[in-house]
Design a protein around this ligand. Sequence first.
Ligand SMILES: C[S@@+](CC[C@H](N)C(=O)[O-])C[C@H]1O[C@@H](n2cnc3c(N)ncnc32)[C@H](O)[C@@H]1O
Length: 271
Amino acid sequence: MKDTDCIDFLQWALPRLHLRWRGFRRVRRQVCKRISRRMAELGLTDASSYRDYLECHDDEWARLDGLCWISISRFYRDRGVYDFLGQEVLPALIANRHRGARELWAWSVGCASGEEPYGLALVWHFVLGPAHPNLDLRIVATDVDPVLLERARRACYPQGTLKELPLVWRDRAFEERNGRLCLRAVFRGAVRFRRQDLRLARPKEGFDLVLCRNLAFTYFEEGVQRKILERIGGALRPGGALVLGRHERLPEGAAGFAPWSAGHRVYRRAA
Ligand SMILES: C[S@@+](CC[C@H](N)C(=O)[O-])C[C@H]1O[C@@H](n2cnc3c(N)ncnc32)[C@H](O)[C@@H]1O
């Protein structure tokens, strides 16, 4: 499928899935390739015939939705954010935790192959853990894509995915297996993976920290973003932190969150 045909198709289809074209513009090639593959499977030769197919097959929309899950991620993505979490956010959350609490809880939403939750576990292990031996960080990591979750549980990565991670952490936390870097078991124990669609549900736990980066506030339309924000607000303890992606912002008129660091897109839930 030609790029221009794919663009026309996505501009027609994405709003019907409550997704926004603006978020997909730069990463459309991943989606276009998948759509081309799906069209070939169906024996369809052009985008307009796939459009006709969608008009007559309601269940194909769920399939198309699945083709739009962007899987791009990497360890320590936008490293300044992770440094800020280690130096400011986590220490503040530790200071404000309920007296006697032995655990902090974090939720990584749209965790892809585990790069984000494991990255957070490494920040805890190397930056905060040594000074807080009686405190643990528990991380619930959710994603809609079962294939990515399976990869996350295996925790083996191509080298390029780790290039932003501090070198000494990489050397201590990973071991090489068959040309891939695999996270040692001791760094995996804090993370629990679950399949969950953020548009439909959230984990039952209460959280001190939520990372919702490069997902809802990029790809979902604004009405859906508001609902998601409410869902996240329901999961976050008062005073807890919400971290967005570097190019994301909260939807217009969002209430209940105050900027913690505008530069790093960190917000604090109103107490
Ligand atoms: C672009 S990746 C971002 C990964 C990571 N948060 C980061 O910033 O590097 C988006 C992730 O969200 C997942 N995702 C897409 N739609 C979702 C949904 N409705 N509910 C939960 N996860 C979803 C995708 O499968 C993918 O793993």
